[in-house]
Design a protein around this ligand. Structure first.
Ligand SMILES: [Zn+2]
Length: 362
């Protein structure tokens, strides 16, 4: 069990190297993951530029993936890799990204998609193994985890995200694609989440897309590297186009995978990002949402590190498409919101929204 506070900080025992195609840019990309000292946390490194895997650098507009951006350089589609690192207990590592054909656009890197799941990352981590890491002075560092003192929730119509105090990490997720009957309504609930459950039951679940939306995404310049090899594709009228599925409820499990990857962005200095809580998420995609491509929702799970208290959930005025800002002890603010055009939850950063106040005072 690695998803609990009370252990020492870890890193990978040796370097991981993997090459694959990036989903949105279509480029061939090599990722090398290196061991790091305790306290360094997880960070991306490309073209001599380093970006911490932190909510502070998550971009607000990032269709269909989570993007980190700093000083004009960005790394896209980080969520599946970060999900695997967070869930398996790789608290500290340097993630080096190298695009082989990066001549015209070397300010944007993207993590390869592989089969659309986190399976390859988890297998690579299992292969090299984990080791306790010390800080630069040789001291062991305790791994801290965020936790909740009281339930928090945000909802709109019948969509919500809630988190309840719990001694273990537990995630329950519901989706409802009523216009795509082969997906329909699905619920997935983890047992207390540990690394072996994650590796077997969550990591192999692949990205899914709706066939009728694919053309729209291509026109928007997205999914240049998309193919039947890196996503499961479902048609509203014809059902799954490239079966078999790895699980009957694979789409819902993939949402859990993405959620863990996004919450990993709350990790600081080798601590855990995923709150120790029972997190319950439910999003209905109504026919109206599908027609208008709109309808954003939501938010907020956050906990506290040590003595910091969660201080807010609620609706953020002026946050486009709905969303909320919350403050972890003055330490960071974040918006967790639904992208709207798909049934997709994403963390957005909150630059320029610092004036929002609401929710429970610390
Ligand atoms: Zn995903």
């Amino acid at each position: 069990m690695r998803l609990q506070a009370g252990r020492l900080q870890q890193t990978i025992a040796s370097c991981i190297e993997k090459t694959g195609t990036a989903l949105h840019t279509g480029k061939t990309t090599t990722v090398k993951i290196w061991p790091e000292f305790a306290g360094a946390g997880r960070y991306f490194d490309f073209n001599s530029n380093s970006i911490r895997a932190s909510i502070d650098f998550a971009t607000k507009v990032s269709p269909l993936c989570t993007t980190l951006c700093k000083d004009g350089r960005s790394v896209r589609t980080v969520e599946h890799l970060l999900s695997a690192l967070e869930a398996t207990g790789v608290d500290n590592c340097r993630i080096e990204i190298d695009c082989s054909d990066d001549d015209e656009d070397d300010c944007c890197a993207e993590v390869p998609i592989f089969d659309g799941s986190a399976r390859e990352w988890v297998e690579a981590i299992e292969q090299v193994g984990l080791t306790v890491t010390t800080d630069r002075s040789g001291n062991n560092c305790e791994q801290l985890a965020p936790f909740l003192n009281e339930p928090v929730h945000v909802w709109m119509n019948d969509s919500f995200i809630a988190a309840f105090p719990s001694p273990e990490v537990h995630i329950s997720y519901g989706i409802d694609f009523r216009l795509v009957p082969a997906i329909g309504c699905q619920w997935f609930s983890s047992i207390p989440l540990n690394d072996s459950f994650y590796a077997k039951e969550i990591a192999p679940s692949r990205t899914f897309c709706i066939y009728e939306e694919v053309e729209q995404m291509r026109k928007a310049g997205l999914i240049k590297g998309g193919s039947a090899e890196n996503a499961i594709v479902c048609s509203a009228t014809r059902g799954w186009l490239n079966p078999p599925l790895n699980f009957p409820d694979e789409p819902c499990r993939h949402k859990v995978l993405d959620l863990i990857g996004d919450l990993a962005l709350f990790a600081r200095s080798g601590s855990q990002g995923l709150p120790v809580a029972h997190i319950v998420v439910y999003k209905v995609q109504t026919p109206k949402d599908l027609e208008t491509g709109g309808g954003g929702v939501v938010v907020a799970v956050a906990g506290c590190y040590g003595g910091f208290r969660l201080c807010g959930t609620g609706w953020g005025d002026g946050v486009d498409r709905g969303g909320v800002a919350f403050d972890i002890g003055g330490f960071t603010m974040a918006v967790y919101s639904c992208c709207g055009d798909r049934d997709e939850w994403r963390l957005w950063c909150c630059d320029g929204m610092m004036g929002w106040t609401g929710g429970v005072e610390p």
